[in-house]
Structures are given as structure tokens and as C-alpha cells.
Design a protein around this ligand. Structure first.
Ligand SMILES: Cc1cc2nc3c(=O)[nH]c(=O)nc-3n(C[C@H](O)[C@H](O)[C@H](O)COP(=O)(O)OP(=O)(O)OC[C@H]3O[C@@H](n4cnc5c(N)ncnc54)[C@H](O)[C@@H]3O)c2cc1C
Length: 408
């Protein structure tokens, strides 16, 4: 029997690749090797409904437990792959076990960026990437405690909203002048800052936390100017570092991610990479992207499976994301980076509006708050390279569908 496909990482992208391989009729062995305690699961609920206590662990699993056996996929948990030999087509795990492969898929995702500052290992200081982190954080979220979130990105703000729901006092510290500064325009930042303040969250911008204080547990966060903010808990939510080390050491090309083509192939024809860890071309934006999103993980998982079975379907889509905070659903189509103009459609005070982002007269992205029609239309227009009429766009009496049909 051939060694088959080995997938390193047992996250969203890995789970999808394995499922798609079987769906496409792949008959050889599939081995999924992950360093966590769990079979593939979904991370988004870890800052949202699961953390709020509204769902249990079975609801976050990527597939029901029985799925993997039923589809003859071998899932090895608590196995860390420590070496990759591209020539011998073999990987080695930390327990000495080694596996040969016909094809290898690297789906190693990323790890939470640390502050690397004094006190970071004190009890009470948390990160949130995996289910283990989420369980520790959830166990600590007792009503009446004070949680300080470091980093006003999506994950930090979602945890802030969830912690308020659970009755904690919450502060958010953001180094930039506004929350979500790296991913959204001023209008969206203003709206979310306002919403969080309405819910009692204290938001401090332009502040840099540089140490955690406490003897045997966290008692305060220290800022650059020496101010100490009393707190019981902290969440460090300052981004992700892609897990490229294994690929890098094996000689694969890495540059802020494992570099792959639109079929998810590395420079080695038998080694593919998918998900958060990849840097891949996107023809719609005309540049290489490294994305951290479920959509990207799922689509690259499907593409890699297609590439392996000889049904090649290049991956080239409009990126999309979402974020749930309080009663708000934010849906994001495209990438707003580099925009030179924004148009707001709808009313932020009514909590239903969308911000459309343009560059050189072209629509490049849309952030839609409780506005699914605007989000869907924007996604389709960006994919087609169509631009809506700007006057029509601000006219909320004109249906989005009509605006989209008339877009050129
Ligand atoms: C709290 C949270 C909320 C999120 N919310 C959203 C959201 O609302 N919408 C959205 O689109 N995206 C969201 N994301 C992002 C989304 O979850 C990721 O984009 C997605 O999980 C990426 O999947 P992946 O398979 O590429 O990587 P991962 O899910 O990170 O899986 C990679 C796996 O590989 C393992 N691994 C790494 N190295 C090795 C090794 N050497 N040996 C064995 N195993 C290894 C890792 O431990 C991990 O289990 C969220 C993420 C988090 C953490």
C-alpha cells in the first residue's frame, strides 16, 4: 500500500483537506497529525458562543467524533512533528514515530504572539488560540473580576463582549489610536469603540502595556508611562505568528508564511500547504496574501485535495471574515488595506450599516454591520471587479440588488 497523504496540524484547514480527499474519492491512507488534545475543531466559537457558555465542546468539533473512523482517516492527537525530510518523503514526531508520505500537507496554522515582557507567565495572564487556552480562560471568567484585554483586534473585542456578558469588568488597551486600526476604517473603529463603551467596557487607545505585575498572581498591568492598572486577569490578544519553522528548516520557501501557488503547492511538488500558515497569490488583489480566516482554511483545504487527486482548481477568491460582538454581526468582504475613500450606507445609530472601501475608484472591501445584503452584494461586486454607482450607494431607498445589477 502507498503511504498516502499525511497532514500536519489537525485544525480547520487539515480537517477540510482530509474530508475533501475522501469526498473526491481518494482511496489511499490519510493520516492527520496534530499536537493538541483534540480532533479538528472550530476556533471562532472560542471567543464567542462557546466562551459565553452557550454551547458545549461537541458543538465546536469540525466533524462529529465518528466521522474520522467512518471515512478511514487516522487522527493522531498529542503528536508534534519535529522534522521533515523532503527527499525521503518522511516526517518524524517528538515521540520518535516517523511516517512516510506520498503527499504531505502542511496545515500548521499559527501561534499566539506573546509580549515577551516581565510577568507574562503569572497566573491570570491568558492567551487564546486553542481549546486548551479557551478552557483556562473560561474557568477564570468569574463575574465581578476585572479582565484587561491587551489588543483591540477582533478576538480581543469579542472576548471583551463575552466577558461583559458573563458579568466581568473589562478594559481594552490598544497601542494604536483606535481599535481595529489594522483591519478596518475609522467609521468601524468609532462604531465598535462606542458600542463597547455603551456596554461598560473601558477602552484606552494609544497605550502600550509593557509588564504584568504580581507576586504569585496577576494584580496589575503596567503601561509604558509607568501607570499601573489594577486587574485580576489579562488576555494578550496581539496577533498570530505563522508556524513555518518545520517547513523553513526543511528548505521550503517561507516569507511571512509558507509560500505556495494557487494550487497550494510549495516548491516541492509532493508538499502542499494550506490555511493560516500560507502565503499565497490572489489575482483579485494582484498580490500575495497571508490570511487568518475560516474561509481561507476551508477553501485551501478543498484546493489541496483537488490538486492531489488531479482535479486542479486554483484558489482565487474574495477573502471574507466575520465577527460577533453583543447583538452585532460584522461581515467583512475583501481587504480594505490601502483604501483611499470610504462610503457609508445606512445608519450606525440604527446598528445596521455598511462601509464600502475604494482604491483608485475600484471597490476593494466592505464591512457590514447587521447588513447581510450589503455584504453579499459587495462580495459579488469585488469578485467581478464591478464598481457601484456612489450616489446610489448612499441612497438606502435603492435596493442593494439593483445597485449591484447596475455596477460597472
Ligand atoms: C478565538 C478565535 C476566534 C476566531 N474567530 C474567527 C472568525 O470569527 N472568523 C474567521 O474567519 N476566523 C476566525 N478565527 C481564525 C480561524 O479560526 C483560523 O483562521 C483557522 O482556525 C485557521 O485554520 P488552520 O487549520 O490554518 O490553523 P489552525 O486552526 O491554527 O490549526 C493548526 C494546527 O496545527 C497544529 N500544529 C502546528 N504545528 C504542528 C506540528 N509541528 N505538529 C503537529 N501539529 C502542529 C496547531 O497546534 C493547530 O492545532 C478565529 C481564531 C481564534 C483563535
Amino acid at each position: 500500500m502507498k503511504p498516502g497523504v499525511v497532514i500536519i496540524g489537525a485544525g480547520h484547514a487539515a480537517g477540510q483537506a482530509a474530508a475533501s480527499l475522501r469526498q473526491l474519492g481518494y482511496q489511499e491512507p490519510i493520516t492527520l497529525i496534530g499536537d493538541e488534545d483534540y480532533a479538528p475543531y472550530q476556533r471562532p466559537p472560542l471567543s464567542k458562543d462557546w466562551l459565553a457558555g452557550e454551547t458545549d465542546i461537541s458543538a465546536v468539533l469540525f466533524k462529529p467524533e465518528a466521522f474520522w473512523d467512518e471515512h478511514n482517516v487516522r487522527v493522531l492527537t498529542n503528536h508534534t512533528v519535529v522534522a521533515l525530510d523532503c527527499t525521503a518523503k518522511r516526517i518524524v514526531c517528538d515521540n520518535g514515530e516517523s511516517f512516510e508520505f506520498s503527499y504531505l500537507i502542511l496545515a500548521t496554522g499559527g501561534r499566539a504572539r506573546r509580549m515577551n515582557c516581565a510577568g507574562e507567565s503569572l497566573p491570570g495572564v491568558h492567551i487564546l488560540r486553542g481549546l486548551g487556552d479557551a478552557i483556562r480562560l473560561s474557568d477564570a471568567l468569574h463575574a465581578g473580576r476585572h479582565l484587561t484585554v491587551i489588543g483591540g483586534g477582533y478576538v480581543g473585542l469579542e472576548v471583551a463582549a463575552t466577558a461583559r456578558k458573563r458579568g466581568l469588568e473589562v478594559s481594552v488597551l490598544e497601542a494604536e489610536a483606535r481599535v481595529l486600526a489594522r483591519v478596518a476604517g475609522q467609521e468601524i473603529s468609532d462604531f465598535f469603540e462606542h458600542t463597547h463603551r455603551e456596554h461598560g467596557v473601558k477602552i484606552l487607545t494609544n497605550v502600550l502595556a509593557n509588564a504584568f505585575i504580581g507576586d504569585d498572581k496577576l494584580t496589575a498591568v503596567r503601561l509604558n508611562d509607568g501607570t499601573e492598572l489594577q486587574t485580576d486577569l489579562a488576555l494578550v490578544g496581539i496577533g498570530l505568528i505563522p508556524n513555518v519553522e518545520l517547513a523553513d528548516k526543511a528548505g521550503l520557501v517561507c516569507d511571512n508564511g509558507i509560500v505556495v501557488d494557487e494550487l497550494c503547492r510549495t516548491k516541492d511538488p509532493h508538499i502542499l500547504a494550506i490555511g493560516d500558515v500560507t502565503r499565497h497569490p490572489n489575482a483579485i488583489y494582484g498580490r500575495d496574501l497571508r490570511l487568518e480566516s475560516v474561509h481561507n482554511a476551508l477553501e485551501q483545504g478543498k484546493t489541496a485535495a483537488g490538486t492531489i487527486v488531479g482535479r486542479e482548481k486554483p484558489y482565487n477568491q474574495v477573502p471574507w471574515f466575520w465577527s460577533d460582538q453583543y447583538d452585532l454581526k460584522l461581515q467583512i468582504a475583501g481587504l480594505s488595506e490601502g483604501y483611499d475613500k470610504t462610503i457609508v450606507r445606512g445608519d450606525p445609530d440604527a446598528k445596521a450599516f455598511a462601509v464600502f472601501y475604494f482604491r483608485d475608484g475600484a471597490l476593494i472591501a466592505c464591512d457590514a454591520v447587521n447588513a447581510p445584503g450589503e455584504y453579499m452584494a459587495a462580495r459579488m461586486m469585488i469578485a467581478k471587479g464591478a464598481c457601484p454607482d456612489l450616489k446610489s450607494l448612499v441612497d438606502t431607498t435603492m435596493p442593494m440588488k439593483d445597485i449591484m445589477m447596475q455596477a460597472r
